[in-house]
Design a protein around this ligand. Structure first.
Ligand code: F6R
Length: 260
């Protein structure tokens, strides 16, 4: 696992966008896994800028989103369909038929979840999965105690996540209780993982993820099992890390490291 600490949200977002751009430059028809929430907003803005100013091309890209609230139709302003369209898809040249987001309004959730898993496999798997992290250590909506080999399924949100996400809704009671989410196992199958974390509200979860035991109580800790996971944080999210000096030493020494 690589840990990179940036001074602020903006440089964290730019660094994450560069990793995405590198994948697209080597594989123009890459399959990208997308996350929602406030943290990746800067990353999406930077990708839009790279598209507009440096012709970063998404015309052959396919995307799979991590999750969606159950019960919210795609046009609902708090749905993840709406979020992705507003903040990213409408600003780049991804063909609409290449965009995949779990449905929050299907009539058969188990069948839909199996279909979503099959579709990811049909496209050859996810090349790069973007992730955020909940203050309870979740990735996607894999709440504490989610199996580390879970697949896409319906999940009940934790009270902590409902509280955290209430800021986007008029009332706490409006936050959906269920979501469809890729599982931890689905996420670990992606070839590359990039997790972004910003702010002191994430410091504890980030420390547990990087330096704690691998545990279903902090599903992001499963990233320790992945062979190509990068965690990019800002200063505040890194404040709980004990080995920070070492991560900075590794990063500084990287350019001179033998390549083969
Ligand atoms: C959303 C998702 C969630 C968020 C997490 C952090 O697609 O996967 O795990 O990444 O809840 O959300 P923010 O960034 O709003 O703090």
């Amino acid at each position: 696992m690589e840990v990179i600490i940036h001074r602020d949200y903006q440089s964290m977002s730019k660094a994450a966008a560069l990793l995405v751009a590198e994948v697209l430059n080597t594989k123009p028809n890459a399959v990208l896994g997308m996350a929602t929430g406030s943290t990746p907003l800067g990353l999406y803005q930077e990708l839009v800028r790279l598209h507009k100013e440096q012709q970063l091309d998404f015309s052959r890209v396919t995307t799979f989103n991590l999750d969606e609230y159950v019960g919210l139709p795609a046009r609902h302003p708090q749905s993840y369909h709406y979020f992705m369209h507003e903040h990213f898809f409408q600003h780049v040249n991804i063909p609409p038929q290449n965009i995949n987001i779990p449905s929050g309004t299907t009539s058969n959730y188990p069948a839909f979840c199996q279909w979503y898993e099959n579709r990811i496999a049909e496209f050859g798997g996810i090349d790069l999965q973007i992730l955020g992290i909940g203050s309870d250590g979740h990735i996607a909506f894999n709440e504490p105690t989610s199996s580390l080999s879970s697949r896409t399924r319906l999940k009940t949100l934790s009270k902590q996540t409902i509280d955290d996400n209430a800021r986007f809704f008029d009332r706490r009671e409006d936050v959906p209780v269920y979501a469809i989410t890729m599982g931890v196992g689905t996420i670990l199958d992606a070839k590359k993982l990039v997790l972004v974390a910003s702010g002191k509200g994430k410091a504890r979860a980030i420390a547990q993820t990087i330096e704690g035991p691998v545990t279903s109580m902090v599903t992001a800790s499963a990233l320790q099992l992945h062979r190509d996971a990068t965690i990019i944080t800002d200063e505040e999210a890194a404040t709980g890390l004990k080995m920070r000096d070492y991560y900075e030493f590794i990063y500084a020494a990287k350019p001179a490291a033998p390549k083969s």
